[in-house]
Design a protein around this ligand. Structure first.
Ligand code: 5GP
Ligand code: MG
Ligand code: MG
Length: 187
């Protein structure tokens, strides 16, 4: 599938399928080196992280288990409030485990800050963060994101797990939406 298949809804392709896959391989190699001799629990944050989890898990050589959490920021508006509700918790007891949280994108960083504190309270051996995308605001929060795929401009992106009103998650690349789709204003 390429840009032409979603036609006028797409403004541009920001990161191609090849670029995504190359970056995932690079991140996996770094993670494998850092966790050599350990076992990992990778935790995907639903739903956005499904694609990066699936590809990263297949690229990693470190022995691993996969688990999932679903969280939602509640509060009005399109920006996350930092008040987070757990919709689906882990199935795994993470005490003593090396946990790597896998996220699609960090914008304000509020969701992830909350999540990291929540996980740390369960006494894991470590909590690391891998985010495919990071927006400029994320640099304002005190969050040690060891593995970042791409720093991107402050634009609303879709594809490769990321949605607009639940659509476009299945695109194999990251793109931006044409303004007519979301009513004209930039995010
Ligand atoms: P934060 O708490 O870091 O502001 O919010 C992170 C969450 O907001 C992401 O996991 C994602 O669900 C959503 N989000 C932030 N920026 C974008 C974006 O550009 N596109 C999409 N589709 N979702 C985004
Ligand atoms: Mg997410
Ligand atoms: Mg969303």
């Amino acid at each position: 599938m390429d840009a032409a298949d979603i036609g006028m809804d797409l403004e541009k392709v920001l990161i191609s399928e090849d670029e995504l896959q190359a970056k995932i391989s690079e991140l996996a190699a770094r993670i494998d080196a850092d966790y050599a001799g350990e076992k990992l629990l990778i935790v995907g944050v639903l739903k956005g992280a499904v694609m990066v989890m699936a590809d990263l898990a297949r690229a990693l050589r470190t022995p691993l288990e996969m688990d999932w959490m679903a969280v939602s920021s509640y509060g009005a508006g399109t920006k996350s409030s930092g008040v987070v509700r757990v919709m689906k918790d882990l199935d795994t007891d993470i005490a003593g485990r090396h946990v790597l949280v896998v996220e699609d994108i960090i914008d304000s960083g509020l969701t992830l800050s909350w999540l990291v504190h929540n996980l740390e309270s369960r006494n894991p051996a470590s909590v690391g963060i891998c985010a495919l995308l990071r927006k400029p605001d994320a640099l304002k929060v005190d969050l040690d994101v060891k593995y970042v795929g791409f720093d991107i401009p402050n634009e609303f992106v879709i594809g490769y797990g990321l949605d607009y009103a639940e659509r476009y998650r299945n695109l194999p690349f990251i793109g931006t939406l044409a303004p007519h789709v979301y009513g004209g204003a930039k995010s």
